[in-house]
Design a protein around this ligand. Structure first.
Ligand code: NAD
Length: 372
């Protein structure tokens, strides 16, 4: 009698999907199609999605983006796949704080990870920047700093009205993001971290930021660190992209620098974001960097690559490193074939890019590929 064959139980991940507004539903739908194909083809994990229709439409109907008990519901999931929030008829600070930040902050997703690179088959607007010259990971502090939510307005509408927006830097908050950034740099081949600051002008919070970085650096002697003022950093990103690798910056600075990074890599339509709770007490949230893009909503031309890439980041976070790499490789091969949307200079629709990635997964990793 032959010994019993042990079949490893396939892991099943429960993902909450919140497509929300504008092109969010288009790109999240595309990512779900691709993730389901990957799971079916590889057979090493399954993935279940539960959809939440929290959006600006819900807000307009009910006065809330997240219903009572919504965060407890979300907490039951392994991760969250998010689209974008923002509608032309809702002020942006209401939509951002009502949905995205209302998840990031209570879930302590303090590390925001934003990788950027020039994909094969795509072009940087920088004349001399080739594939490999721009390959960065921006680590954004995601829980305090300029977006801590402190401040207020008084004497509304009067000539003497005043408003404050208080940046908050705590030793605990700075230390944990620095540690995360050093660990990220340490895992990358170049082991190079650039600390972005503005401590020449902002002499309290930013000086604490710099000081804590120096202390944390002592635990990472193999990581080379350099420091840049945020204004000079914009020049270095454009003029010497190859001199950068891992970058750590505050909530506001990294928010701005990462959009610049995305544009320098070819388009904001390819750039992903992970909002991580590194303690893993709460689910982490994965989304494209871009917003709702009202100007192209419903036209079928939104670039789904950023949401594919963030889905690959989500798989890696869940421990599916092989699947993550396979997904990103498949996406890059599709770009290399020139099947790209208009923002990358192509003519393909969202659905055409999605179908091409699905076919690429089947042909590269399916039965036919295994027997070839
Ligand atoms: N994380 C988020 O949910 C998030 C992020 C940024 C902006 N927003 C919100 O989105 C709304 C629009 O903001 P915005 O116009 O400043 O930024 P945006 O990212 O929505 O759009 C900027 C430009 O990039 C283009 N673009 C964005 N994503 C694209 C894609 N996938 N494919 C092709 N082109 C793409 C758009 O067409 C637009 O021309 C606002 O309400 C804003 O508050 C939300």
């Amino acid at each position: 009698m032959s010994p019993p064959v042990s079949i490893p139980a396939s892991k099943c991940y429960n993902i909450a999907s919140i497509p929300a507004d504008g092109i969010g539903p288009e790109v999240v739908e595309a990512a779900i199609v691709v993730l389901k194909q990957l799971s079916e083809t590889l057979g090493s994990f399954t993935i279940d999605f539960k959809h939440y229709n929290w959006s600006s439409e819900t807000y307009k109907k009910t006065g809330k983006y997240i219903p009572d008990g919504g965060l407890d519901e979300l907490k039951k999931h392994d991760a969250i796949l998010f689209g974008a929030v923002g509608a032309p008829d809702v002020p942006d600070h209401i939509s951002l704080w009502g949905l995205r930040l209302a998840i990031c902050q209570p879930f302590q997703q303090y590390a925001n990870v934003r990788p950027t690179k020039v994909f094969k088959g795509t072009q940087s607007p920088l004349r001399n920047c080739k594939v490999g010259d721009l390959d960065w990971v921006i680590i954004r502090e995601n829980s305090e700093g300029e977006y801590a939510g402190q401040g207020g307005r008084s004497h509304r509408g009067r000539a003497w009205e005043s408003a404050t927006e208080v940046s908050v830097f705590t030793r605990h908050g700075v230390e944990r993001i620095m540690r995360f950034a050093f660990e990220t740099a340490q895992k990358r081949p170049r082991k190079l971290l650039t600390l972005v600051t503005k401590s020449n002008a902002q002499r309290n919070g930013m000086v604490l930021w710099d000081e804590v970085a120096v202390i944390v650096a002592k635990d990472f002697p193999d990581v080379t660190v350099d420091k840049m003022l945020v204004d000079a950093m914009t020049c270095r990103m454009v003029l010497k992209p190859e001199s950068l690798d891992t970058i750590v910056a505050t909530n506001l600075h990294a928010d701005i620098l990462s959009d610049l990074a995305a544009a320098l890599a070819g388009s904001i339509g390819i750039a992903p974001t992970s909002n991580l709770d590194p303690t893993r007490e709460n689910p982490s949230m994965f989304e494209p960097i871009h917003g709702s893009a009202f100007d192209i909503t419903g036209k079928g031309i939104s670039n789904p690559v950023a949401t594919f890439w963030t889905s690959a980041e989500m798989l890696a976070w869940l421990g599916e490193d092989d699947a993550s790499k396979k997904l990103l490789d498949a996406v890059e091969r599709v770009c290399e074939k020139g099947i790209v949307t208009a923002d990358l200079g192509g003519k393909a629709s969202t659905v055409e890019v999605t179908n091409a990635v699905v076919e690429e997964i089947k042909s590269s990793y399916g039965k036919a590929a295994k027997t070839a």
